[in-house]
Design a protein. Structure first.
Length: 424
C-alpha cells in the first residue's frame, strides 16, 4: 500500500508540476510555440490509458500490469530528463503519461482487490487526499525547482521512487495470478476496441484543451475535433456492444443506474476540483501578481479541506456502510464553496479566500470517494477493475472540460480588465 501510495503521489504530481515550468523549459529549447504540448501530450496519453488499463490488468494480471506501468513511467522520466530537443521531450512526456495513467488507474483497483467494500473507504480516502496534495504541491514544487536548479531534476526525482516501488511491489504485493499463457492472454485483449477508443478520444481531448485557449470554441479546429471524436466513439460503442464478447470497456455497464449516476457525480466533482486547482493559481498570478510558487500556495486551504474530509468520509462509510449522507453533505459544501468563488475579486480579503477554498475542499473530500464505492458495489467482481478505472477516467475528463471553460472565462476577464485600464 505504501509503495502504491508513493507512485500515486508521483504520477499525480507529474500531471500538474509542469503547469508552472513548461514555459521556462520551452524557452531553454527556444521552442515557445510548442510549449503547451509538454502538458497536452501527457494529458492525452494518461487519460486514455486510465480508461482501458483496468480490463488489460484483468487479462494480463494485476501485479504484472502495475510493474509494466511503473517501468514505462520510469523510462519516460529518464528520457524527459535526458531530452536534447523539444520534440524528444514531447515524445518522452507521451511515454511518461502512458505509465502515469496506468499507475493512477490501477492504484484504486488494487485497493478493491485487497479490502472488503467497507474497508476500502478508509484507504480510498487516504489515496484521495494523496492525489489532492500532489496536485497542489506540483506547481509549487516545480516553480521552486526551476528558480533554484535545473528543470531536469523534476524528472530525475522519479527514478529512485520508481525503483523502490517496483522492488516493494514485486516482493510484497501478492494477488491471484490470471490463467493462461502469455500468448493466450494477448489474444483476449480487445485491440479493435482499444484502437477505436483511442482514435475517438484523442480529437475530443484536443478539442477540449484547445477550446477557448488556442482557438475559439466555435472555430473549425475545435468543432472538427469534437464532432469527429464523438462519431468515432459512437462507432466504438456500437462495435463493443454488438460484436465483442470481452470488450475493453463494457458499455452495458452504463445501463446500471447506480453506475451511471455515480459516474455523472464524479464527472461534476472532477470538474469543480480540477477547475479550481488549475485556475486559482492563474488568477493569483494575473490579478494579485503573485509569484509562481506563492500562487500555488493559495490552494493549501482547499487541500486541507480534502485531507480532513476524505479520511472522515472513509471512516464513516467503513462503520455505517452508508454512501448517501457523505454525498449529500459534500454536494452542499462543494456547491457553497464554488458559489462563493464567484465572488472572487482583487479586493477579496485573504481570510475570505481561505474560507471559500476550505469549504470547497471539504465538499470535494466528502463527495470524491462514495461514487467509486457505489460503482464497485454495483457490478460483478469481473467488472470491478473496469468500473474503477472508468471512475478515474471520467473524473479526469470532467476536469479537462471544466478547466478549459474556466480558463477561457478567466482569460476573457483578464483581457477585458486590461482593455479597460488602457481605455482609461
Amino acid at each position: 500500500i505504501a509503495s502504491i501510495g508513493m507512485l500515486f503521489f508521483i504520477s499525480a504530481l507529474d500531471a500538474t508540476i509542469m503547469a508552472s515550468i513548461y514555459v521556462p523549459i520551452a524557452s531553454d529549447f527556444d521552442a515557445l510555440g510548442q510549449a503547451v504540448w509538454i502538458i497536452t501530450t501527457y494529458m492525452l496519453s494518461s487519460t486514455i490509458v486510465q480508461a482501458i488499463i483496468g480490463k488489460i490488468s484483468d487479462i494480463l494480471g494485476r501485479v504484472e500490469t502495475i510493474l509494466t506501468s511503473i517501468a514505462i513511467f520510469l523510462v519516460g522520466s529518464v528520457l524527459c530528463g535526458a531530452s536534447q530537443s523539444m520534440n524528444m521531450l514531447i515524445a518522452s512526456r507521451t511515454i511518461q503519461g502512458v505509465g502515469g495513467g496506468g499507475i493512477l488507474g490501477l492504484g484504486m483497483v488494487v485497493l478493491g482487490d485487497l479490502f472488503s467494500e467497507r474497508e476500502r473507504g478508509n484507504y480510498i480516502g487516504v489515496f484521495s487526499a494523496i492525489f489532492t496534495i500532489a496536485t497542489v504541491v506540483g506547481p509549487v514544487m516545480g516553480g521552486g525547482i526551476v528558480e533554484h536548479a535545473s528543470w531536469r531534476i523534476v524528472f530525475w526525482i522519479n527514478i529512485p521512487v520508481c525503483v523502490i516501488a517496483m522492488a516493494l511491489i514485486f516482493f510484497t504485493l501478492k494477488l491471484p495470478k490470471t490463467k493462461g499463457t502469455f500468448k493466450e492472454k494477448i489474444k483476449r485483449i480487445d485491440f479493435i476496441g482499444c484502437v477505436l477508443f483511442t482514435i475517438g478520444m484523442v480529437p475530443i481531448l484536443l478539442g477540449l484543451s484547445w477550446g477557448g485557449q488556442q482557438y475559439e470554441w466555435t472555430s473549425a479546429q475545435v468543432l472538427a475535433c469534437l464532432i469527429c471524436g464523438f462519431v468515432v466513439l459512437l462507432v466504438f460503442g456500437y462495435v463493443e456492444y454488438r460484436f465483442v464478447t470481452d470488450p475493453i470497456i463494457p458499455v452495458r455497464l452504463l445501463g446500471n443506474r447506480n453506475v451511471l449516476s455515480a459516474l455523472m457525480a464524479v464527472f461534476a466533482i472532477g470538474g469543480v476540483s480540477f477547475g479550481a486547482l488549475n485556475n486559482i493559481p492563474a488568477w493569483e498570478l494575473a490579478i494579485k501578481h503573485a509569484s509562481t510558487t506563492s500562487g500555488g500556495l493559495h490552494l493549501l486551504p482547499m487541500a486541507l479541506g480534502v485531507v480532513l474530509a476524505s479520511p472522515l468520509c472513509g471512516i464513516y462509510i467503513a462503520r455505517s456502510g452508508r454512501f448517501l449522507i457523505p454525498i449529500r453533505v459534500g454536494a452542499v459544501l462543494a456547491a457553497a464553496g464554488a458559489s462563493l468563488l464567484l465572488l472572487y475579486k482583487a479586493s477579496t480579503g485573504f481570510g475570505e479566500r481561505i474560507v471559500y477554498l476550505f469549504l470547497l475542499g471539504l465538499g470535494v473530500g466528502f463527495v470524491s470517494q462514495p461514487p467509486l464505492l457505489v460503482c464497485q458495489a454495483s457490478v460483478a467482481g469481473k467488472h470491478m477493475a473496469t468500473v474503477t478505472t472508468s471512475y478515474s477516467f471520467i473524473r479526469t475528463l470532467g476536469g479537462i472540460l471544466a478547466t478549459s471553460i474556466m480558463t477561457s472565462i478567466l482569460d476573457s476577464r483578464i483581457k477585458t480588465g486590461i482593455t479597460g485600464l488602457v481605455n482609461e
